[in-house]
Design a protein around this ligand. Structure first.
Ligand SMILES: Cc1cc2nc3c(=O)[nH]c(=O)nc-3n(C[C@H](O)[C@H](O)[C@H](O)COP(=O)(O)OP(=O)(O)OC[C@H]3O[C@@H](n4cnc5c(N)ncnc54)[C@H](O)[C@@H]3O)c2cc1C
Length: 378
């Protein structure tokens, strides 16, 4: 039987996962990426159990996790550097969460796609799709397939061309991300391998070892905090907020950095005819759970599984995919959205609030549902 044709738009975490999973299930896949090179921003990424399971099922886990950091605990610290929330991880019966350098993750996914036979075409921008399966490219040419997967990020042109957007909210917060070599004295010796989030006023510092030698740092603040969102980082301003992190913050001076404003996106449906949308294009979320990439991967594999599960017409299989995956993804997305409020609570009341959430097990379990379960993945 002739294989079915799929076009994937976007070579980010979601698009590469979808392309690989489809190709591994017998689809003939072409992937278009707008940039001339496929690469990630230089930062780390938290990969929870769901993302790690997807990597295992694609046969890419060993390569993706070379040099990954496996922390013992996730901690939140209040404005006086006191631990107010502590979630043990990576032990027996605990949630799995590793940190990986993004460039390693993307390179591994790309190698997996190529090995599975995906035709990767760079330097080509897609501008619109038709529900019948026609894709229009920026040079005016067209391509046609049984399935089009739009994984072209928050500003997805493909999603918008088929009119699927229901809600797009630019949050009042964002983050600067950077990577620096790990050094002694950034934190106390007993904290060195932990993942730690420090709170002060409306700012947060995320301390994330992401390999034996590199440290991923995210500086989260309001869009309106001009000194706080400045790139290169205004280290003096951040040190005034977190004097106990002076050595670490001082090391961020002149390091290449990138500011991103957080977004929250909902669609009226995840597909229209033969066009499916996933990843940030469909369900962007603020990164407070470190789940945007994990959800994109989970959903991409869920899509390939739903398509492989029957011979029904593609639109029907896409509807089955959405029914299966949407509740868990949106549950996670909504938790991430709620967690933005932690930035808005003043220092005083925030600490008891964080302690309380730490103590209510059901709350923690609900928050981490996507990370703890791997719903329809087979
Ligand atoms: C500060 C911050 C921290 C985060 N931390 C984590 C974390 O720790 N863990 C986690 O799981 N997630 C995290 N995320 C979320 C995660 O980065 C995203 O959810 C994920 O990268 C989305 O992948 P994607 O493939 O959907 O989109 P993208 O990564 O945006 O990829 C889209 C791709 O499509 C290409 N493209 C765009 N338009 C076109 C077009 N018209 N034609 C062709 N190609 C096109 C782009 O060039 C790009 O390569 C974080 C996000 C932020 C902002």
């Amino acid at each position: 039987m002739e294989s079915q044709q799929a076009i994937v738009v976007g070579a980010g975490i979601g698009g590469l996962t979808a392309a690989t999973a489809l190709a591994q299930r017998g689809w003939s896949v072409r992937l278009y990426e707008r940039d001339t090179e496929i690469r990630a921003i230089g930062a780390g990424i938290y990969m929870w159990g769901n993302g790690l399971t997807v990597l295992e099922l694609l046969g890419l886990y060993d390569d993706a996790t070379v040099g990954a950091h496996v922390g013992p605990v996730l901690e939140s610290r209040d404005h006086r550097n006191r631990t107010v929330e502590s979630i043990p991880i990576n032990g027996p019966g605990k949630a799995r969460v590793y940190t990986i350098m993004r460039d390693r993750l993307i390179a591994t996914l790309l190698a997996g796609a190529e090995k599975a036979g995906v035709e990767v075409v760079t330097g080509v921008e897609a501008v619109a799709a038709d529900p019948s399966g026609t894709l229009r490219l920026a040079d005016g040419s067209r391509d046609q397939a049984d399935l089009i997967v739009a994984a072209d990020g928050v500003n997805s042109r493909i999603r918008d061309s088929v009119g699927l957007l229901k809600l797009r909210r630019r949050l009042s917060q964002g983050a600067t991300r950077l990577t620096v070599p790990r050094e002694e004295g950034f934190v106390a010796p007993e904290d060195d391998g932990k993942y730690i989030e420090y709170f002060k006023d409306r700012r947060r510092v995320l301390y994330t070892p992401s390999s034996a030698t590199s440290l991923y740092v995210a500086l989260v603040t309001d869009q309106a905090d001009r000194a706080g969102r400045q790139v290169p980082v205004d280290t003096a301003s951040w040190t005034r907020s977190f004097p106990h992190l002076a050595k670490l913050l001082g090391a961020l001076d002149c390091v290449p950095a990138r500011w991103d404003t957080f977004e929250y996106i909902k669609l009226r449906a995840w597909s229209e005819g033969r066009v499916a949308v996933l990843g940030d294009a469909a369900h962007a979320q603020p990164p407070y759970l470190g789940q945007g990439g994990g959800c994109a991967m989970m959903n991409a594999l869920g899509l390939a599984n739903a398509l492989a599960a029957s011979n029904a017409p593609v639109p029907q299989r896409l509807a089955a995919w959405e029914t299966a995956e949407r509740p868990t993804i949106e549950h996670t997305q909504d938790w991430s959205y709620r967690l933005r409020l932690l930035n808005l609570i003043p220092d005083g009341p925030r600490s008891p609030f964080l302690r309380l959430t730490n103590e209510i097990a059901a709350l923690g379990k609900s928050r981490l549902r996507a990370a703890l379960t791997v719903p329809t993945i087979r």
